[in-house]
Design a protein around this ligand. Structure first.
Ligand code: CMP
Length: 151
């Protein structure tokens, strides 16, 4: 299979910040070999949350999801590297923490799907839209990591 250099979007959710897991979570991605191209802390507005989770509008958990994601600050990131979309999701683990491998972020730190610590884009099209939703093009940097074997 051909390896593609990709960018993906990752969102560290409010409960991870409340639990002081930010450094641990970012380290997981860095240690795996993904490069941080953009990062910001923000408090999502209801409008932004509804756009981000619009595809879940008809789901029974939608209102709780919007309440939760707007309940406190989040950290938005653009990560890049070889097959970054699948790589980030591998580091994050299954959406349902009960099914997530214990070595993944959700497997180690989450107990419910509703508060599953972190979001990562699921495909190229989602990554493109989600990056553009949270970052202006000039906020996303492209640079060399001279000592990284993987990049
Ligand atoms: P995320 O990766 O942010 O993408 C959509 C989110 O919806 C998901 O993680 C969960 O936080 C939430 N979600 C998905 N399925 C359920 C569910 N069955 N119950 C509650 N929340 C859910």
């Amino acid at each position: 299979m051909t390896t593609l250099f990709q960018s993906t979007f990752v969102l560290i959710k409010p409960n991870a910040i409340q639990r002081e897991l930010v450094g641990e979570i970012i380290s997981r991605f860095e240690n795996k070999g993904l490069r941080i191209d953009a990062i910001k802390m923000l408090h999502m507005s209801r409008d932004l949350a509804e756009r981000h989770y619009g595809e879940h509008r008809d789901k029974p958990f939608y209102n709780d999801l919007i309440e939760f994601i707007t309940s406190g600050p989040v950290i938005a990131m653009v990560l890049s590297g070889p097959d970054a979309i699948d790589t980030a999701r591998y580091v994050v683990g299954d959406t349902d923490p009960l099914k997530a491998h214990p070595g993944t972020i959700r497997g180690q730190y989450a107990i419910t799907t509703a508060k599953n610590i972190v979001h990562a884009s699921d495909c190229v099209e989602s990554a493109r839209k989600e990056i553009a939703r949270f970052f202006a093009p000039e906020e996303v940097l492209n640079y060399s990591m001279h000592c990284r074997a993987s990049i």
